[in-house]
Each structure stands twice: as C-alpha cells, then as structure tokens.
Design a protein around this ligand. Structure first.
Ligand code: THG
Length: 372
C-alpha cells in the first residue's frame, strides 16, 4: 500500500493498544472512532485458534454507553423494540435499535447492572448522542455517558479453561449473556459469557483504562498452557456462523435494512403497550410483505481478496440482492457469502450471479448458518 492511516487525535487508541503492538498486530480498522486490531499477519493461525483453541481479542472499540438514574429503564425501553421487562440484574440481552423509519441503526448487547443502571455494548454507530438527544427531548431524569470500560474477548473452545484458571470454577456455570462484576487481583472488571463468535467464550469488560496492558498480560499468561494467541473478530467464522455485523450486513448510510429483513423479527415486540422509537414504522413494515431477507450464498470459484462489498446480486441483469461479505471457508472448502436477497426469488436456485473483479460468478443460496 502506498498509504497509511496515521495515529492521531481523531481516532482513539484502546487501553490494550501497546499490548497488541507488542504482540505483532499488523492491521487496524476503525470502529466507534477507535482503532480495532484486524489481523496479526497469520490468518490461518488466527482462524485455527478460534475454531480449535483459544484467542484473545482487543474489542475495546465495542464501547459502552451507560444509562443511569431514575429514568434509565424508561429510556432503555424507548430505545429498543425488544421487550426487556423480564431481564434480571446480571443478565445481558441482544437489543436491536431502530430509527423512526424502523431501520436498524445499531444492535448492541444490553447489560443490566442494576434496576437503574444499564450498559449498551454498541456496534459501530453513535448511540451515545442518539440516547442523549432522546433523553433530553423527553425530559428524562437519566445520565447518558460513555464510562471507562473496555472489553477484551477470550474466544474459542478452550476459552472456558483459560477463564476458569483466572477466576475460578464458578465461571463454568455462567449462562450465555449473563455476567458478574468482579476483579482480577485488583483490576476491576465485569466478566460475561459472550462474544462475537459462535465458538464460545467470555468478555472481560475492563473498568480501569490505565490497566489494559496489565490485564492483557495476565490473560495471555493464563492462556499460555492452552496456546492462546492474539486475534480479532473473525470475518470467516462470522460468515460461516451467520453472525450479523452491523456496518457490513446493514448500515444506515450504505445498506439500510430493517430488523425483519435481517432475521431479527423475533426481537421486535409490536404488541408492547408502550411507545418506542420506530414502532409505527415497524408495524407498517410488518403488515406488508418483507421485501428482502438475510441469506447465505455459495459462490463459484475462489474469493478475490479486497473486493469492496456491498456487491449487487444479479438475475438477468436485474439487481435482486446484495452481497455484504464474501470469504473462503476453510471448513467448507468453498467460497461463501452473506447478503440480502429479494423474498420472491429466495427459493429460486438458478440464474443468480455476481460480478467479482470483472468476472461473472454463479451464485447458489444457502440457509443460515452455514456451520454450527
Ligand atoms: N459483544 C459485546 N459488544 C458488542 C458485540 C459483542 N458490540 C458490537 C457487536 N458485538 C454487537 N452485535 C452483536 C451481534 C450478535 C451478537 C452479539 C452482538 C450475538 N448474537 C447471537 C446470535 O446471533 O446467535 C445471539 C443473539 C441472541 O441472543 O438472539 O451474540 O459480541 N460485548
């Protein structure tokens, strides 16, 4: 590459930044205005550790937005179409956030820390300003701010052994998306069973940004007997697993999509008696045919790296869908993709193509996930 992106004040660094540099990070992306490691120069090894071993990811760019105060729950309920009433303190939930047109604008994990205190662990869009604006306009008594919290993910089939060796056997009984506030020899953190892969694992939400390198080193040392290594949210595994990526499969500015199209319809409760952002629009959308749906694609031939998605899916020169990410699956030994397809042709298996680097590739459809 004849260019680079420099380290400067417009993009924040994570508390784990120096540790990831020491561990050989080779590329970053930018997520929530923060550098996020993308690779350490060994894609096969990084994938293998996630599928068969254990990997350590700097996901501090999954920033937290805290809602705290008497109206925290009222604001939380207004922000999401999901019914969250049954959620217990210590429990997390996946909560879509929509705009007034019913389009997805983020898909955070919500953590209920107390009856009047929530975190939203956000994907790549500015939820803090959105939530602050709504609270202000509605006159709610709630503080909305970004606390000093930076998640690190430990993912893979051996993640539980590593985390149990650090925190004790109780972590083995932690249910999916549940968490506990604890510490690691004085380093304050929230430990959750969660993470952006289907290989199992935990997230350590560091609550003191000055101790990131220390936490990284402790996890790395505990993982050494299990051959832990650095990695990052993995596009290959997430496409195989059909895990949604806000920013790739949907983004307000580039791939506008509603939760029904994205397979999140079960998380939209239109029978709720109270108001929430997007309710009227979502009712309208639900009352008509859903135009597109998220699907898997099989792609003829090898993937061409660096193809900028989204790519139009064609049928006889008419666009009938969009590929949002294409990768080569080592386990399926073929090129696969995620994207949206028009509902009326979602059952048709023939005649679909995509243009990749000037070549026409044939496409087949696949149910999701490709692999469990
Ligand atoms: N962990 C934390 N914060 C995050 C993510 C994370 N913020 C950004 C991004 N990821 C938010 N998006 C997602 C998307 C999917 C899931 C979690 C966060 C996920 N989905 C499961 C699935 O699709 O099978 C389960 C969803 C469900 O309960 O229905 O885990 O990863 N801290």
């Amino acid at each position: 590459m004849p260019f680079s992106i420099h380290i400067g004040p417009n993009i924040r660094t994570s508390p784990y930044f120096e540790a990831t540099v020491a561990d050989g990070v080779r590329s970053f992306s930018v997520y929530n205005h923060m550098y996020i490691p993308g690779s350490y120069g060994d894609p096969d090894g990084e994938y293998d550790r996630l599928i068969n071993g254990v990997a350590q990811w700097d996901v501090a760019a999954q920033r937290q937005i805290e809602l705290r105060g008497p109206d925290a729950e009222t604001l939380m309920r207004f922000l999401t179409p999901r019914e969250i009433a049954g959620t217990r303190v210590g429990q997390g939930r996946y909560v879509p956030i929509c705009d007034a047109d019913g389009m997805l604008i983020n898909d955070p994990v919500m953590l209920k820390l107390a009856e009047d205190r929530f975190w939203l662990s956000i994907a790549d869009s500015d939820v803090e300003l959105w939530a602050k604006g709504l609270a202000l306009a509605k006159g709610l008594d709630v503080a909305v701010f970004e606390p000093d919290v930076s998640p690190m993910a430990v993912q893979g089939p051996l993640a539980e052994d590593v985390v149990a060796s650090l925190f004790g056997g109780w972590v083995r009984d932690l249910k999916y998306f549940w968490f506990r506030e604890t510490d690691l020899e004085g380093i304050p953190l929230v430990l959750a069973r969660s993470g952006w892969s289907k290989q199992g694992g935990f997230e350590l939400y560091l609550q003191d940004g000055s101790r990131g390198v220390e936490l990284w080193e402790r996890v790395k040392a505990a993982g050494t007997p299990f051959h832990i290594g650095p990695g990052a949210p993995n596009d290959v595994e997430r496409v195989e697993s059909g895990l949604l990526s806000y920013g790739a499969d949907a983004r307000r500015q580039t791939v506008p999509a509603n939760p029904f199209e994205l397979g999140l319809g079960k998380l939209v409760d239109l029978d709720r008696p109270d108001e929430f952002v997007g309710k009227a629009a979502l009712k309208r959308i639900a009352a008509s045919e859903i135009a597109r749906r998220l699907t898997g694609f099989f792609v003829d031939g090898a993937p061409v790296p660096g193809i900028p998605a989204p790519l139009p899916v064609l049928m006889a020169d008419r666009q009938v869908g969009t590929i949002t990410e294409m990768i080569f699956s080592p386990r399926l030994e073929r090129t696969i993709a995620l994207g949206l397809i028009a509902t009326e042709i979602a059952e048709i298996e023939t005649g679909l193509t995509v243009e990749v680097a000037g070549e026409t590739r044939r496409l087949g459809l696949s149910a999701l996930p490709f692999l469990r």
